[in-house]
Each structure stands twice: as C-alpha cells, then as structure tokens.
Design a protein around this ligand. Structure first.
Ligand SMILES: CCCCCCCCCCCC(=O)SCCNC(=O)CCNC(=O)[C@H](O)C(C)(C)COP(=O)(O)OP(=O)(O)OC[C@H]1O[C@@H](n2cnc3c(N)ncnc32)[C@H](O)[C@@H]1OP(=O)(O)O
Length: 155
C-alpha cells in the first residue's frame, strides 16, 4: 500500500511505541489504513514470535490488536470531526482496556490480517472491534477501548 498509514501521522517524539512506533527499531511498527468504513493492517510474524513451534505467540497477537485499535481510534476521531489525519490539535488515544479471544491456533508462515470496526466513537472514547485472520480462518478477535491520551503522557 502506498498511502500513508495512520501511524505515519504520529509525531516523531511520540513514535516509540513497541507495537506501532516508527522510531522503535525493535518494535512491530504496524501500519493501519482505512478500507471503506473498516480499518486494516497486516503483519508477518517472525521466528521469535513463536509460542509453540509452528504457532504464533498470543501476546504478539494482543499487541497487534492493541496498536491497530489505538491507531484506528485516532483515525476514527479525525474522521468524525471532519478533519485531516494529523492536523492540530492532535487527537491521540491510548488503550484503556484490551480484551482478546483466541479462537483458533494461529499458524506461523502466513500473513496475519487485521480488520477493525469502529463500534463506538465519542469525543473522549472510541471502541474498536478487531479480527485477526490467517487465510480464511479468524484466529483471534479483540476489543480495544481507547481513551484520549492524558496530557501527562505526552510531556
Ligand atoms: C497521534 C499521536 C498518537 C501517539 C500515541 C501512540 C501511542 C500508541 C499507544 C499504543 C497502545 C498502548 O499501549 S497505550 C499504553 C497503555 N495504556 C495506558 O498506559 C493508559 C493508562 N490509563 C490512563 O491513563 C487512564 O486510565 C485513561 C486515559 C485510559 C482513562 O482515564 P480518564 O481520562 O480519566 O478516563 P475517564 O474520563 O474516566 O473515562 C472516559 C471514558 O473511558 C472509559 N474508561 C476509562 N478507563 C476505562 C477502562 N480501564 N476500561 C474501560 N473503559 C474505561 C470510561 O468509562 C468513560 O467512558 P464513557 O462513560 O464516556 O462511555
């Protein structure tokens, strides 16, 4: 995909998140985009993301859901406000609650596809429901409750 990802609009000084920060060389650097009214991201697990040989570690899956959720929340807030992504004042969201159901073993060696639905979008809180699929199989689903980032986290 050639368009800018939601995370590419995060300012450099706030781009160190392990899941989605462009400036975290050891992180996942996930990239989220709109696909119609839904949001999408892809990730290729590495050998170090193994749980049991051949299968992906659940904590990685939770991390992907977490950051696809907060990125989607920010994008949804901009959209609801009729504003361009990244415009000031920034609409930044952090995770208040993360809930994950692991529905089927997640195989290594396949691209994982995340798809998010904006379930609720208020000024201070956005709820995003997310599926993680390998091929035709939905391996996990999760819900992220994202809340406006407190000023104390950005200083
Ligand atoms: C663009 C650059 C970006 C750059 C930034 C990119 C960062 C990427 C972040 C990646 C994701 C992370 O790991 S973030 C790191 C992990 N998260 C954190 O450290 C957050 C720590 N927690 C906090 O700071 C706080 O508890 C907050 C901000 C989450 C909430 O506190 P608050 O601001 O006082 O919220 P409050 O007014 O009480 O509640 C607002 C609404 O949220 C709901 N709510 C509040 N907390 C919860 C909760 N734990 N579980 C469920 N729901 C909750 C309330 O019911 C209410 O819903 P209603 O009554 O209105 O319906």
């Amino acid at each position: 995909m050639s368009e800018k990802a939601f995370q590419d609009y995060y300012p450099a000084d706030l781009s160190h998140c392990y899941g989605c920060g462009n400036n975290n060389a050891h992180g996942h650097q996930i990239k989220s985009f709109w696909d119609g009214e839904e949001t999408v991201a892809e990730f290729n697990p590495l050998p170090e993301h193994t749980a049991i040989p051949g299968f992906v570690y659940g904590g990685l899956i939770a991390s992907l859901i977490d950051c696809h959720g907060t990125g989607s929340a920010s994008a949804a807030a901009y959209k609801a406000a009729g504003r361009e992504l990244g415009s000031e004042p920034a609409l930044r969201f952090v995770t208040a609650n993360l809930n994950v159901d692991f529905l089927a073993p997640t195989p290594m060696g396949q691209t994982l596809k995340l798809r998010g639905t904006i379930t609720e979008c208020k000024e201070k809180k956005v709820v995003v429901d997310i599926t993680v699929s390998a091929g035709e199989t939905v391996c996990a689903k999760g819900r992220v409750i994202a809340v406006k980032m407190p000023a104390s986290m950005a200083s």
